[in-house]
Design a binder for this molecule. Structure first.
Ligand code: ADP
Length: 932
């Protein structure tokens, strides 16, 4: 990544033209940035920096030649700059924009240029560069090493509060901070999802490893406790915060100030909120990903948020996102939200009116930021006016609805602010204040006077032509104006003798002469003076008004919050009505004293996202007394993981304030949702699937409580059967005995279903499939008890595995069942039904067969195996000779011996591909068994 001044230019600095030397100077000062240098209608980069900009922005480079030699340049068109700036930011560049800070026409030599904006992924405030429905945060993780303060604010987490985590949205001024241990940092970073992260000096890199965003280096001095506390003091009383919080927040705000031009504290950061992550439903990175709340890189790509986002404004959209990111854990507050959603859900007209009015709502949070930065335009203020004008409508709609009375009260239409703007600013002002015509007539007497002077002057000139034609008798005399020469009276050459004495020559053209008179000159000066004065006055008045509005930023901020809540609630109500969601009854936790009261009950619940795409979604019930471990079995693709997720999503939705997709719901308040679901394989990361799985399991077993909801899918799948099964069993026992968390445990280890006999809170559920004439149909319906078969082979058949392989697998399963039966008869039990056993059932005949093949490397099946084949009525099995069979056995043996624990997902895919190719070859009758 090339930033700062290109090395080749630095080396030749003495030879460079003055402009390029200026570029190098600027670029050296901003050596962590790509510098875009304004030249004419382009922002340019040169040499290596040009290569970089050209590559990222997909622009062409041009070879330039001047007295000093050739070099490359790349230009970003100024008119289209936001598009290219966005690309640079997405590629994690900091961009310094150097503008001309002097009028090119007035400059005596080289135009002076200076950096006017530093753009970074986490601190952009330009509207065109921000996504409207989500926040852009810059975050900071720091420690308070060396702090001598007493930290009397008290860490959120007492002694564990080693790290402060702060974040700020520079465009809206939202700023918050918390503290906690390394695990808390990880979890918070996943929730905040910053676009950019500052990391304090003493923070070990593994603490922030998981955050997938740009890192920004800052001077370690800014993380010094005293310096940080000083910065923070401009925003909040530093004593309110724990030591680590002070450092993280102070250093972060110092950086935010720097990116906004270092004009001191950011006025629109009105409040630094200190929060405790435990006061919301905790969702770590694995849970956020596993439940696909905001991201779904596979499948349909639709997320829970996409599905419920029926908001009408950017304010509401960001609020709903925040609610889903941090659902509540206080039953009363949850019920309050449900009350409000219910109130909207019951009243179609109110809901429609409110949503209609809100679709015109402007992004007041970002407006407040722009107003305080002195960047708000006349159009911004007018949009603020229009938004305020819509507030009474919303208030009126909410009139008389008890559940919405508080909300209605918070909707202050700010009549005074609205009237002030309306008095001052014309309804449709130009974009730039310098274009003039922003302030209304009648608003300011001085402005009116200068405008009338200018107008009268122009009227006098407008009538001048007629007057002078009459006075001089020159019929074709014309009055005109040019930028350079001003007003003139033009007389053609043939009429020159009629020109009166008071005309002074101004300009000679080919066929005519141009003149002025003393009166015309006087009027002209008057008009120009008045125009200039009017512009200055307009600017002054506008800036005054903007300051007045800035003084109201607290009230505007509060109104923005109220609008955001109304929009988010009305959106949830819309979802509830349109998709048949039901209000969940929230059960108060009583710590498990009365177990029944803590039951999680869902009647005919659905998966909110899958039901949108699946034409016939089958609803399912869930009844889970507190601390129940439900062992869920059933074939692949039968709906186990969908079911588990839908239970968790109902919990998350309910605690976020939403109704839930079910016919009825009774839900306890959950403190955390843990997941280890689906194939959350870190394909890019290359970490073995099994290692990751075990890490996730570790987190669950360590941190889950009796109030948690735990989803575990296929624990132990990534390793050899014996180990995997043992781990799965031990995990269930631990969750049952030690943790007491309500758990959904999907497994292909059928043997685990006998845990229900041993433990009183372990129950079996299964997903059934019907099998008719060898075809499998999934019912997607959860049932009591354990599944009878894993249908693995049928699924393989459905998936198109070659017939002979399927037939052989059927044989092996049948033989193994027989083997099991004899083993059972002998008093043992090992009902492995997944066909990939690793040798712990030595009595099983097919097992032997495989071992023979694997160890002896030849194809002769055991006598027993051959007998079974021959007895098979399946015609496809009548033909295969020993050759294909050898290939089949080799494929199976290789599969069996594959050490999943040491295989990355990518390797696994490659191996699978190879096996599949060989299996196809078997079917075609030419077993190409060459090893990779
Ligand atoms: P498993 O975890 O048992 O392998 P999944 O939960 O991934 O199965 O479900 C497999 C597919 O079946 C899903 O992609 C979904 O499209 C469909 N499915 C799951 N549950 C249902 C349901 N209740 N109704 C209809 N289709 C479902």
């Amino acid at each position: 990544m090339v930033t700062g001044a290109p090395a080749t230019m630095r080396e030749r600095r003495e030879e460079l033209t003055p402009m390029l030397a200026q570029y190098v100077d600027v670029a050296e000062r901003y050596d962590d940035c790509v510098v875009l240098f304004r030249v004419g209608d382009f922002y340019k980069a040169f040499c290596e920096a040009a290569d970089e900009v050209a590559r990222v922005c997909e622009l062409t480079r041009i070879e330039r030649e001047d007295s000093t030699g050739t070099y490359t340049a790349c230009g970003v068109p100024v008119d289209n700059a936001p598009k290219y700036l966005r690309r640079l930011l997405d590629a994690e560049y900091r961009v310094a924009v150097a503008d001309q800070v002097e009028d090119a026409e007035e400059a005596s030599g080289l135009v002076d240029r200076a950096v006017t904006q530093v753009l970074t992924p986490g601190t952009v405030v330009e509207e065109e560069l921000l996504s409207e429905g989500s926040n852009t945060y810059v975050g900071c993780v720091a420690t308070a090493v060396g702090d001598t303060g007493d930290g009397s604010g008290g860490g959120t987490d007492g002694d564990d509060a080693a790290y402060g985590v702060a974040y700020v949205d520079v465009s809206t001024g939202e700023c918050a901070v918390t503290a906690g241990d390394a695990a808390a940092v990880d979890e918070e970073l996943a929730r905040i999802a910053p676009a950019e992260l500052l990391v304090g000096p003493a923070v070990p890199s593994e603490v922030v490893d998981a955050a997938d965003c740009m890192r920004t280096e800052r001077d370690p001095e800014e993380f010094a406790p005293d310096a940080a506390a000083d910065t923070l003091a401009a925003y909040a009383d530093p004593e309110r915060f724990a030591a680590a919080e002070r450092v993280a927040c102070g250093a972060l705000l110092a950086y935010a100030e720097y990116t906004q031009g270092d004009d001191g504290p950011l006025e629109y950061v009105r409040r630094v909120r200190r929060y405790d992550p435990r006061r919301s439903l905790r969702l770590d990175a694995t849970a956020l990903r596993g439940l696909e709340l905001f991201e779904n890189p596979v499948g349909s790509g639709r997320t829970l948020f996409d599905t419920i986002d029926e908001t009408r404004s950017a304010l509401g959209r960001r609020r709903l996102r925040a609610w889903l990111r941090r659902p509540l854990v206080d039953a009363d507050r949850i019920r309050e939200r449900h009350d409000a959603v219910a109130a909207f859900a019951e009243r179609t007209l109110v809901r429609e009116d409110v949503r209609e009015a809100l679709s015109a709502a402007y992004d007041l949070e970002r407006l407040v930021g722009r107003v305080s930065r002195g960047r708000a335009t006349a159009r911004d203020l007018r949009s603020l006016h229009d938004t305020l004008a819509a507030v009474p409508e919303v208030r009126a709609a909410l009139e008389g609805i008890d559940a919405l009375a508080d909300l209605r009260g918070a909707l202050d239409p700010l009549d005074d602010v609205r009237e002030r703007i309306d008095e001052a600013v014309v309804p449709d002002p130009p974009q730039e204040i310098t274009d003039g015509g922003v302030i209304r007539a009648g608003y300011d007497a001085d402005l009116d006077e200068v405008r009338s002077t200018a107008r009268e002057g122009r009227e006098w000139i407008a009538e001048l032509e007629a007057r002078e034609r009459e006075r001089t008798g020159i019929e074709n005399l014309e009055v005109g104006y040019t930028q350079v020469h001003g007003y003139y009276i033009e007389v053609t050459n043939g009429q020159l003798e009629k020109v009166p004495d008071d005309y002074t020559r101004r300009q000679t053209l080919k066929n005519s002469e141009r003149f002025y008179t003393p009166e015309l000159k006087r009027r002209e000066d008057e008009i120009l003076g008045a125009d200039e004065r009017a512009d200055a006055l307009e600017y002054e008045l506008f800036a005054g008004l903007r300051d007045e509005v800035a003084d109201e930023s607290d009230r505007i901020g509060e109104l923005a919050g109220a609008i955001a809540r109304v929009d988010a609630l009305a959106a949830l109500a819309t979802v509830a009505v349109e998709r048949d969601y039901v209000r969940p009854e929230m059960v108060d936790r009583d710590g498990g004293r009365d177990r029944d009261s803590d039951d999680l009950h869902l009647k005919r619940s659905r998966h909110p996202v899958v039901e949108e795409t699946e034409s016939e979604f089958v609803p399912n019930d869930a009844a889970l007394p507190r601390g129940t471990v439900a062992v869920i079995t059933g074939p692949n693709m039968s709906g186990k993981s969908t079911y588990m997720r839908q239970v968790a999503l109902c919990v998350v939705l309910a605690q976020a304030g939403s109704f839930v997709p079910a016919d009825s719901a009774r839900l306890p308040v959950v403190d955390r949702v843990f997941t280890r679901v689906g194939a959350s394989d870190d394909i890019a990361g290359g970490e073995s699937t099994f290692m990751r799985e075990m890490r996730e399991l570790t987190d669950v077993l360590h941190d889950a409580t009796g109030d948690s909801l735990v989803l575990l899918d296929e624990v132990g799948r990534g390793t050899a059967t014996t180990d995997g099964r043992a781990i799965a069993r031990a995990a269930v026992e631990f969750l049952h005995d030690e943790v007491g968390a309500t758990t959904l445990f999907a497994t292909h280890y059928h043997e685990l279903t006998d845990l229900a006999d041993e433990y009183d809170r372990v129950v079996n559920r299964h997903f059934a499939a019907t099998e008719r004439e060898g075809d499998v149909t999934f019912l997607h319906r959860v049932r009591e008890g354990a599944a009878s078969s894993s249908y693995g082979v049928e699924v393989a058949d459905l998936a198109g595995v070659p017939e002979s392989v399927v037939a052989r697998a059927h044989d092996l399963v049948a033989a193994e069942r027989d083997g099991d039966r004899s083993a059972d008869d002998a008093g043992g039990r090992d009902g492995d039904d997944d066909g990939d056993d690793d040798g712990d059932t030595t009595e099983a005949i097919p097992q032997r067969t495989l071992e023979e093949v694997a160890e002896n490397g030849h194809s002769e099946p055991s006598a027993a195996g051959r007998d079974r084949r021959e007895a098979s009525p399946d015609p496809s099995q009548a033909t295969p000779g020993p050759e294909p069979e050898e290939a089949v056995a080799a494929v199976l043996a290789e599969l069996r011996d594959l050490s999943l624990a040491e295989t990355t997902p990518l390797e696994a895919l490659n191996r699978l591909h190879d096996l599949q190719r060989r299996a196809e070859a078997v079917e075609e009758g030419s077993p190409g068994g060459e090893e990779p």
